[in-house]
Design a protein around this ligand. Structure first.
Ligand code: HEC
Length: 171
């Protein structure tokens, strides 16, 4: 009896791992935005907003060593999160417990329908954003202030491009 139980448990384990390799967990987009992407960009903005000169331009003199590291490390976090998205088979707009939205917000049902309709386009937005984030990481490690000033608006554009396609059409 014990042997039979052990064998059937092994069979269960085997089928679970086979299912795991064919059908990896989907990326939870809302969780990634709330827990990974948004905190990382806010940490970057914390540095760049403090480094604006009187004309509103980023001044390298106003970024300390720790600030460059904060930009680079958080750019790497942005890249890792969106590289995972770019490589994912499936997406969920949000987890069941995090599905609710306010009346004035785009519902997760609508986001899910867009993700299901155009997963390849979503992956392409994620890959483009990840490439931009990797570039930001390189720029920050090189302390290239001139390129930093150019790339920050490009990052904002890469957020907005995906959002207007998959979240707020009017954005
Ligand atoms: C590859 C696509 C994509 C990129 C790139 C992207 N987002 Fe998102 N984001 C989404 C989608 C889809 C939603 C809607 C689902 C949701 O509400 O979370 C969303 C929602 C959000 C939300 C709302 C989360 C909530 O509470 O519901 C925030 C905040 C956000 N994104 C921030 C950002 C920022 C900042 C960037 C750029 C640094 C960015 N996103 C880049 C796809 C993207």
């Amino acid at each position: 009896m014990r042997a039979i139980l052990a064998i059937s448990c092994l069979a269960l384990l085997a089928s679970a791992s086979a299912a795991g390799s064919q059908d990896p967990a989907p990326v939870d987009v809302r969780h990634a935005m709330q827990a990974e992407v948004n905190p990382a960009i806010v940490a970057i903005w914390d540095v760049t907003n403090e480094a604006l000169d009187d004309n509103g331009n980023i001044s390298p003199a106003l970024i300390a060593d720790a600030g460059w590291t904060q930009i680079a490390d958080n750019a790497a976090r942005l890249a890792e999160s969106t590289e995972r998205m770019a490589a994912a088979d499936r997406f969920i707009a949000a987890s069941p417990g995090n599905w609710a939205t306010e009346d004035y917000e785009v519902s997760m049902d609508v986001v899910q329908a867009s993700l299901d309709a155009q997963p390849a386009a979503y992956r392409a937005f994620a890959a483009a954003f990840a490439a931009k984030a990797r570039e930001l990481e390189t720029v920050a490690r090189a302390r290239d202030a001139a390129r930093l000033a150019e790339i920050m608006p490009e990052m904002d554009g890469a957020c907005a491009g995906c959002h207007s396609a998959f979240w707020y059409p009017e954005a």
